[in-house]
Design a protein around this ligand. Structure first.
Ligand code: RTP
Ligand code: MG
Length: 140
């Protein structure tokens, strides 16, 4: 199996409730290593760029507003099949559908305020990492 990197965000609903460490513990237990991490206040422009794929969706404005409402923690996670491993441990987008033991089952408040983001492919992971990290901020 290949060692991959993926991009992760601990979202405002989770940072507001001081859950960064609790969520990181779940990631680390799943075999993901935090090789880059910083707490930032996302700007409106950053959020709009990041979620550009959803710009025509009805929830886009709400999503941008939410992601800029409080600090987030952006992360680069590394591990075997990291993209899929991270998606599995995050759980379904809608917490009502998330499996036991996943971050979203445990902590998400709603389909919008769902505590974490994870890249959905290795290609998108590389693009998303490049949006938020310079090379010397990632130490594997
Ligand atoms: P993410 O991108 O955050 O990892 O989540 P995802 O792949 O599971 O979900 P995606 O379909 O890419 O949607 C991105 C984020 O938009 C918000 N959302 N709100 N109100 C709604 O119906 C709705 N649907 C999606 C969520 O915050 C979701 O994570
Ligand atoms: Mg997504």
């Amino acid at each position: 199996m290949a060692i991959q990197r993926t991009f992760s965000i601990i979202k405002p609903d989770a940072t507001n409730r001081n859950l960064t460490g609790a969520i990181n513990a779940i990631f680390e237990k799943a075999g993901l290593r935090i090789v880059g991490q910083k707490r930032i206040q996302m700007t409106q422009a950053q959020a709009e760029t990041f979620y550009a794929v959803h710009s025509e969706r009805p929830f886009f404005g709400e999503l941008v507003e939410f992601m800029t409402s409080a600090p987030v923690v952006v992360q680069v996670l590394e591990g075997e099949n990291a993209v899929l491993a991270h998606r599995e441990v995050m759980g379904a987008t809608n917490p009502a559908e998330a499996a036991e033991g996943t971050v979203r089952k445990e902590y998400a408040l709603s389909i919008g305020e769902n505590s974490v983001h994870g890249s959905d492919s290795e290609e998108n992971a590389a693009l998303e990492i490049a949006q938020f990290f310079s090379g010397n901020e990632i130490v594997g």
